[in-house]
Design a protein. Structure first.
Length: 129
């Protein structure tokens, strides 16, 4: 059964650990309290204590971290070798979040059918208060 509530600090720690595992060397992602920080200390706060809050905030955390990582690297992240200028195609692999009926939150970048990066899933039941 899916938990109704989550502990924002536990969720921030779980999300930060998964992002840190997929980012390139020289870039780090960490949690402090209910904040997910990255790079040189920017970040997003995880507020609220419900599953809906986690679903709503996760894409903002993934997108914000990706935007600053691209700026830091000076190149696309995740890399997109198939992108060609002038095609009208968005070169950036966009974030996605999907909640399974079991309470497992899946996250990644790129198409859900052919993702560029898939983060380790987060079982929201493990983030219960």
């Amino acid at each position: 059964m899916i938990t109704e509530e989550i502990d924002p600090q536990k969720f921030a720690a779980a999300l930060a650990a998964r992002l840190d595992a997929v980012t390139p060397p020289g870039w780090s992602v960490w949690a402090k309290g209910n904040y997910v920080h990255w790079g040189w200390g920017s970040g997003n706060q995880i507020y609220g204590d419900g599953v809906a809050d986690a679903l709503e905030l996760s894409p903002y955390v993934l997108e914000g971290m990706q935007d600053e990582l691209i700026e830091f690297l000076g190149e696309l992240w995740p890399p997109n070798p198939e992108w060609r200028p002038g095609t009208g195609q968005d070169p950036v692999h966009r974030e996605w979040v999907r909640l399974q009926h079991t309470g497992v939150l899946e996250l990644g970048y790129g198409s859900q059918d052919d993702p560029a990066i898939v983060l380790e899933p987060i079982d929201l039941n493990d983030c219960a208060p």
